[in-house]
Design a protein around this ligand. Structure first.
Ligand SMILES: Cc1cc2nc3c(=O)[nH]c(=O)nc-3n(C[C@H](O)[C@H](O)[C@H](O)COP(=O)(O)O)c2cc1C
Length: 178
């Protein structure tokens, strides 16, 4: 019998994949990379949860996941994103969501942010170069806000903010839907 819950993800350095696996374990669902899914695969599930990383302000893979979910008329579709931003930076996170979901989508699609981190050792060269440019831009910036100052210091090396406990609001949301 097919499992009714699917957690699908796009992950480059592993943080989003780790969260997807934690969520699938907690909910007893399947866990598969978005790249491996066909429309027929997704259509077999009643609840689909997509996770992607924030990448220069956009949630990687969200457009494709939304299109696939709409094409399959998935009854329940939820989204989570991971990033280098600490969970406490709520204004930044709200602004990032506003850039990725229309107000109608934000009201309809439950969405959650989980802190990931940075893993330079697993990053492709293009991402490393983008991070280098971002880091240089932040260092040069005058009158940095406390958040910008903290970010400028944090991104000089790899760090890991991920923790299983962050998935609780999403797990509760799905459990409450059943
Ligand atoms: C080039 C680049 C751009 C990024 N842009 C953002 C961003 O806009 N906001 C954010 O919070 N994190 C950003 N990050 C951090 C990633 O979202 C974070 O490392 C994420 O957890 C990676 O997920 P993954 O390990 O599943 O690939 C960026 C990372 C890279 C390499």
């Amino acid at each position: 019998m097919k499992q009714p819950i699917l957690v699908t993800y796009r992950s480059v350095t592993g943080f989003t994949q780790q969260y997807a696996q934690w969520i699938a374990e907690a909910l007893g669902g399947a866990c598969r990379p978005l790249a491996d899914l066909s429309k027929d695969d997704m259509a077999a599930y009643g609840t689909v949860i997509f996770g992607g990383r924030f990448h220069a302000g956009s949630v990687d893979g969200l457009k494709q996941a939304k299109a696939l979910a709409a094409a399959c008329q998935v009854p329940r579709f939820l989204v989570f994103a991971t990033g280098a931003t600490p969970a406490a930076a709520q204004d930044q996170i709200a602004a990032a969501w506003a850039a990725n979901l229309t107000p109608e989508e934000a009201a309809r699609i439950p969405h959650f942010y989980f802190p990931g981190g940075l893993r330079y050792e697993a990053m492709p060269l293009g991402d490393k170069l983008m991070m280098k440019a971002f880091s240089a831009m932040l260092r040069r910036k005058k009158n940095k806000t406390p958040d910008e100052q903290a970010m400028a210091e944090a991104i000089t090396a790899s760090y890991d903010l991920s923790a299983r406990e962050h998935i609780a609001p999403l797990v509760d949301c799905v459990t409450g839907m059943e």
